[in-house]
Ligand binder design. Structure first.
Ligand code: 13P
Length: 256
């Protein structure tokens, strides 16, 4: 059984009180779901250590929402991969469309971050996906190929070992208009075939998550698809009851 890979991306949300409450509630129920799910919580950088101290003994992992390409030095405001590693971070989200849009992050910059994370044996969660215009123009696969090719070119065929991919169509993020699970399944299959065609190791264990307006009402449709290996959840992951419902749905599917 391949566990589902469920990530809570809290983005720029939460405070000490809401985070404490969330974790208290989660800890009381989580043991039921750990058998079927790998769970990562990605709070804002400032709360990473607090979350880590709370969850490290219950086998939930923490993820950062981004990292700088520099390891140290005169880079005011940035967070180093060494610092993330130092406080127990195992996963780092990179290439999120909000970083690409609001911070002008290019495929090249994302590739640099990818290499840095892997060089320190942390695991990148590489976000890819098309915007609305690209989808309408039938360019989804082309966009995805470009986003993957730069990784292949820089890091070779082994790049995707021990890597998570998050397919997040930009038009579905934060809009309440999640993609259709059948459509997402077809894109995930395409990504797996594309990566495997270059990879002699045949990455059966490659994990591809879906993200974009996931909630407890639509999660089942995604998690039932054979190539949707998990979810990257934004706003619904801020509400403890919603997050827990999604973990239950995921566990029920695997339990069958
Ligand atoms: P929403 O679930 O709020 O649409 O956000 C998705 C996302 O961007 C997760 O990284």
């Amino acid at each position: 059984m391949k566990k589902k890979f469920i990530v809570a991306n809290w983005k720029l949300n939460g405070n000490i009180e809401t985070i404490s409450n969330f974790l208290k509630c989660l800890k009381s129920k989580i043991s039921l779901y750990l058998k079927y799910n790998t769970i990562v919580i990605a709070p804002s950088t400032i709360y990473l250590e607090r979350v880590y101290r709370n969850i490290k003994d219950i086998n939930i992992f923490i993820g950062a929402q981004d990292v700088d390409i520099n390891q140290k030095g005169a880079f005011t405001g940035e967070t180093s991969i060494l610092m993330l590693q130092d406080i127990g971070v195992q996963y780092v989200i990179i290439g999120h469309s909000e970083r690409r849009l609001f911070h002008n992050e290019s495929n090249e910059l994302v590739a640099k971050k990818f290499g840095l994370i892997k060089s320190l044996n942390l695991i990148p969660i590489l976000c890819i996906g098309e915007n609305e215009i690209e989808k309408k123009q039938n360019n989804t696969k082309k966009v995805i190929k470009n986003q993957l090719d730069i990784i292949f070119e820089n890091f070779g065929e082994k790049a995707f070992i021990n890597t998570i991919i998050a397919y997040e169509p930009i038009w579905a993020i934060g809009t309440g208009m999640a993609a259709d699970p059948i459509y997402v399944q077809s894109i995930h299959k395409f990504i797996k075939n594309y990566i495997n065609q270059y990879n002699t190791n045949n990455l059966e264990n490659l994990i591809i998550q879906y993200g974009g307006s996931v909630n407890s009402k639509n999660a089942k449709g995604f998690l039932e698809q054979p190539d949707i290996d998990g979810l990257l959840i934004g706003s619904a992951s801020l509400i403890y009851e919603e997050f827990l419902k999604i973990l239950k749905i995921s566990s029920d599917i695997l339990y069958k």
